[in-house]
Every structure is written in C-alpha cells, then in structure tokens.
Design a protein around this ligand. Sequence first.
Ligand code: 3PG
Ligand code: MG
Length: 397
Amino acid sequence: MSQFKTIDDLDLAGKRVLVRADLNVPMSDGRVTDTTRIDRTVPTLTELSNKGAKVIVISHFGRPKGRPVPELSLAPVAKKLSEACGLPVGFATDTVGESARMHIREMDDGDIVMLENLRFNRGEEENDRAFTVELSKLGDVYVSDAFSCSHRAHASTEGLAHLLPAAAGRLMQVEVESLARALENPEKPVAAVVGGAKVSTKMEVLGNLAAQVEVLIIGGGMANTFLFAQGYDVGNSLCEKDMADEARGILERAEKSGCQVVLPIDGVVAREFKAGAASEVVALDAIPADAMMLDIGPESIADVSLRLERCRTLVWNGPFGAFEIPPFDKGTNSVARAAARLTREGKLLSVAGGGDTVAALAHAGVGDDFSYVSTAGGAFLEWMEGKKLPGVEVLRK
Ligand code: 3PG
Ligand code: MG
C-alpha cells in the first residue's frame, strides 16, 4: 500500500471527511437482504469517528439516472449502517443541497452523517466539474473505501480526489493489497478459475489471464462453447456457437504463453433445468442431443482439485455449474471446498470476487475460508481483465 495514501497519512481530528463507500447493497421490498458491503466498510467509519473526524458517508444506490427515485433512497441503508456501527447515523435527504449542508453544519467531532443517493444528481456519473466542486465544499478531506465502484470514473469515485486531499480507506486498502498479491506479484504457479454462463462477457478476462497465469480452469456454461469449438456435440446445452472462433483464439493465446487450459472432462446432464431434475454423468463424446450440461462431473472435480494442489495462488470468478439448483451445485461446492482446505493448510493463497462467486462460495460454506473474498462485481472483472481502475489510480501518491 506504500504507493497509496491511507488514513494513516491524514490529519483527521475535527476534519470533515467525505467517505465514498459502496452501499449499493441487495434490497428487496425496502429491506436490505445482505449487509456484507455495509459491514466491510464499518471499520473505516468507526476508526475515523474514533479519531475525531466528522464522518460524511456518500454512496450511490441502483441506477436512478440522475434524478430522484424514491425507491432508490439510501434512507433504509442509513438505518442498517447505524446498526452495524453501533452509532447514530444522521441522514440528509439530498446530496449537495440544504439538508446536507444543515446536517453537516450541526455535526460534532466523531459524528456520522450519510447523504442521499449520489446518483440522484446528473453530475455524479458525468463526473461533472460543477457538481464535484459542490460535493468537495462539504468536506476537508476525501477517503475512498469503494473499491467495488473504482471501475467508474464518477464525481465521487474519481473527481473528488483531484479537489481534496485523498486517501484509501481500510476496505479499499485491503482489497487493493489482496488483489495485488494474487495477480501482480503472486507466488507461482497461479491458477485462475473462470466460470459462469456466457463466454461473451468474459472474453477480455480470459484473454488477459491466458497471458498471466499458469493454469486457466474454465467452467460453467461458457465451458460448453470451448467444448463445441473443439468439435464436441454439446446437445441442448447453453452454448454461444458464434463465439467458437474467439474461444479457439483464447486456446491459441494460452498455448503461446505456456498457460494450461483446463476444460471439463466429463459432465452432469439433465433434460430439465430445475432442482432435483433427473441427471446422469456422461463423457464429453456422449452428451445426449436433448440434454444440457449443468455441472462438471466427478472426473473433472478430481482433475481440477489435483491441479489446485500443485498451485500456490488461485483467483476465482464464476461457478462451475448451475449451483443455485441442487444437485448441480456439486462441482462448485467440491472444488470450492478443496480450495478452502488448501488455503487453511497454508498451501494456497485464494482470492475470489464477483456477485455470483461470493454467493457460490457462501453456498458451499467456505466464504470465510478463502484468503480474500472481494466485495466487488464489475470492478473485480475489470481488474481480472488487466484494466487500470480510475478510482484506484487516482489514489496513487
Ligand atoms: C456494483 O454493485 O457493482 C457497484 O456498486 C457499481 O454499481 P454500477 O454497476 O451501477 O456502477
Ligand atoms: Mg455492476
């Protein structure tokens, strides 16, 4: 983290600190259904409060497209944040208006106030200069704790750092450090697991990893496209036939850089996509025309687990099968547990990220056993693509 300023580098007592958090949490019927992102930013907020700062939390929620949308108010999140911090959290009903100014004027050292959804203002996503200036007037220093928004060059994730003294919060710090240990200067050999439904959404991820890691393990529906590209008949499976050339391109690129690509060697197929559907294990050359591959088979599980034993670092995004519907969660569960065991034994550094992946690891019961699980979805993917993240770059010293 020496390339970045952190909270340790800031003079905080009595200062108004604008903290960009990512409180874009899953919500249903006005209730927060998963508090992970809230919980992970709490250490930053309580530390700032304990150091006598006036803590002003800013975040977006959903995609209201520059105008107030009542259902996308952050008010319910402020309540949850208060519970999670064990401290009162004030709430301003606007972002840069009278309510925000009034709440901030009345703050004592150590108080926490949250402002309404940044994206109710058009200037936020446009990274508009005038809006950024308005925001900057509310604080003396800027702390970014929103790694999961750092792929966005918005007013609150990028613009503010040009106008105020800026530093990384504790969550930003641990995200950036953990990810650097996995891809920037990892212990080799490095394995990557890339799964999920569609290869078209992960072409850049695969292309970048093929040139960076020693073992590239491909799972999920996207593996079918690779199998198809190699001449297998994948029956009724999810498969992007028009991506076959691109899939072959990835295989060539991997071969050139000495990266082993690991595809399934058997599969679990079913005729219906529903929990408990009748299923069977088949070899790749025996996928019935009317059946779909919904998971990797036992030989693939053993193969992948064995390969992980020989690696020192693992980066994981995307499940192996349709893990939401048993029994098609077996591949993901088994490999996740193997990786968790190797991590516990100190043999593997394991980093995972992405919405589905976090849910899949939690489903496998190993969410706490990986070395690091990122709170980021889109930002984690862009990081895996090898892209520079504007919200991280702007914090460099
Ligand atoms: C996320 O959930 O990925 C972040 O909060 C970013 O949200 P966005 O994709 O709407 O920019
Ligand atoms: Mg997103």
